[in-house]
Design a protein around this ligand. Structure first.
Ligand code: AMP
Ligand code: MG
Length: 482
């Protein structure tokens, strides 16, 4: 018994939202990554799962006790264009009830074809699945809401992309996999009963505090918007670029979901794009807040009939709710930035102080993470802040600003240490780990990286290898996680 306690509330929703789907067995399942702390949180027995039984389960060759495998249906705006999608290569095994009473989706990504595979093979390659594992766990350690990664197995089968790659399956753990696109799916079918059921289900599962809200659907929308504003602010504060914030890749729980061509920004530039398919820069770093609002507008459109039977009034309500986004985002972002600068109090010129620093970083092509690290623990040898009179001038302003708050210097430093990571998943380190794993079957490089990323705020760890970007490196490119 490995501790499975799988439940299936999602399948109580109308049939429109899912389709039964069995994982397709793979030739040779081998466990190459396993997350013991996450297993413990889920109430799963690591020892049992690290053996052949676990490999068989995480490959989809054997179903865990109590599983009821399904593929979820959803639609989505991809780069602005609306399409019907659904889990084309992911299979939900069920909802694991955790020892603390939580409910977490257990999903196999890359587990074979489903009703929604269209022309896809239902499979995933090892590199992208390890990449999702590394970056989702790094995000979790940073304290940012995210889906998590329990295991990766190799399948012993090839997958055919531009080249032949090793197949793999990732076990993803999520508060749920309900997306903006799930509501769009119901709206596209013009099925108001299904929309209402999904809204009620989402509210009960993710926003139980709204149980008695007088206008429950509007309250749900407001709460989703609020969580997204906070989430995107958290991304901006660590320089995380998602890469494909299509509406199907935005979870209504408020977790970061679907790690494809994502990466962390090194030198500060709001126009930074890593994804090889994002030619127009739609999902560039600086565009993430407005794109989130755009996605929420699509959610509001889908939910309109739930807001008010009178469509004019429904639209008025939706618009009023959506208009709050920029300000909400800015509040969360500015508070995050204040913490990064060691500021507890609020002053009207704080935004200008932050903007001046960012403008300086952009002019000097300064490393985003390390500039804040410099403010936190002092300068690094190769630091762009060294002997820069403009930076010194800005620093004097910050010192003056700090002098006007009652908190001590030690308190400010402590705050900064908790908000400015020493370690992010640097692109060249991720590549190096993926290279070693995919070309030489050497997973030790990834394990070392995961160990560093597990304590991103540990400024006492002196690991320059993990805290410097490649100077003058080629522009980094990421490829879609297929
Ligand atoms: P993503 O880019 O991972 O967000 O996926 C977008 C859509 O394409 C989703 O509906 C996926 O299920 C589907 N998809 C991606 N890769 C594959 C694949 N190899 N086989 C089938 N469907 C896929
Ligand atoms: Mg997706």
């Amino acid at each position: 018994m490995a501790g499975w306690r799988l439940k299936h509330t999602y399948t109580e929703l109308p049939q429109l939202f899912y389709s039964d789907a069995a994982p397709t067995a793979v030739r040779e399942a081998r466990l190459v990554a396993f997350n013991r702390p996450l297993a413990a949180m889920l109430g799963l027995d690591s020892e049992a799962l690290e053996g052949p039984e676990g490999a068989a389960i995480f490959a989809g060759n054997v179903l865990p006790q109590g599983a009821r495998p399904i593929a979820q249906a959803y639609a989505g705006h991809q780069f602005g264009h609306f399409t019907g999608l659904g889990d084309g290569r992911a299979i939900l095994l069920g909802e694991q009830i955790t020892p603390s009473g939580g409910r977490m989706d257990i999903q196999l990504k890359g587990a074979g074809q489903t009703r929604f595979s269209r022309r896809g093979d239902g499979r995933a390659a090892l590199g992208p699945m390890l990449r999702e594992y590394i970056i989702s766990e790094a995000m979790h350690a940073l304290g940012i809401p995210t889906t998590r990664s329990l295991a990766v197995v190799t399948t012993g089968e090839p997958v055919y992309r531009e080249t032949v790659l090793d197949g793999a399956v990732l076990t993803r753990v999520a508060a749920s996999h309900i997306r903006v696109g799930t509501m769009q799916w119901a709206a596209a079918h013009d099925d108001q009963e299904a929309m209402r059921a999904l809204a009620d289900y989402t509210r009960a599962r993710h926003y139980p505090e709204l149980a008695d809200a007088p206008q429950p659907h509007l309250a749900l929308f407001d709460a989703i918007l609020e969580r997204q504003a906070r989430l995107i602010a958290r991304w901006q504060c660590v320089g995380f670029i998602h890469g494909v914030i299509n509406t199907d890749n935005m979870a209504l729980s408020g977790e970061t979901i679907d790690y494809g061509p994502c990466a962390f920004m090194d030198t500060y530039d709001p126009a930074t794009v890593f994804s090889s398919i994002d030619h127009g820069g739609r999902y560039a770093y600086g565009n993430q807040p407005p794109i989130a609002q755009w996605n929420l507008a699509r959610l509001a459109e889908a939910m309109l009939p739930l807001f008010d039977p009178d469509m004019d009034r429904a639209e008025e309500r939706a618009t009023a709710a959506l208009d709050r986004f920029p300000e909400l985002f800015e509040q969360h972002w500015l508070n995050g930035m204040r913490s990064k600068l060691g500021l507890f109090t609020h002053e009207p010129d704080d935004k200008a102080l932050v903007d001046d620093l960012l403008a300086w970083m952009q002019r000097r092509s300064a490393d985003f993470t390390n500039t804040f690290r410099t403010l936190t623990i002092g300068r690094l040898a190769e630091d762009a802040t060294n002997a820069d009179p403009e930076f010194e001038g800005w620093l004097r302003q910050l010192e003056a600003r700090r002098g006007r708050q009652p908190q001590s210097r030690a308190e400010a430093e402590d705050l900064m240490r908790r908000h400015n990571p020493a370690f992010i998943s640097r692109n060249h380190r991720v590549e190096e780990a993926l290279q070693a794993a995919t070309t030489a079957g050497d997973f030790s490089v990834m394990e070392r990286l995961l160990d560093v990323l597990a304590t991103p705020y540990d400024h006492g760890r002196d690991l320059p290898m993990f805290s410097t970007s490649v100077p003058g490196g080629q522009p980094y490119r990421t490829f879609c996680g297929t």
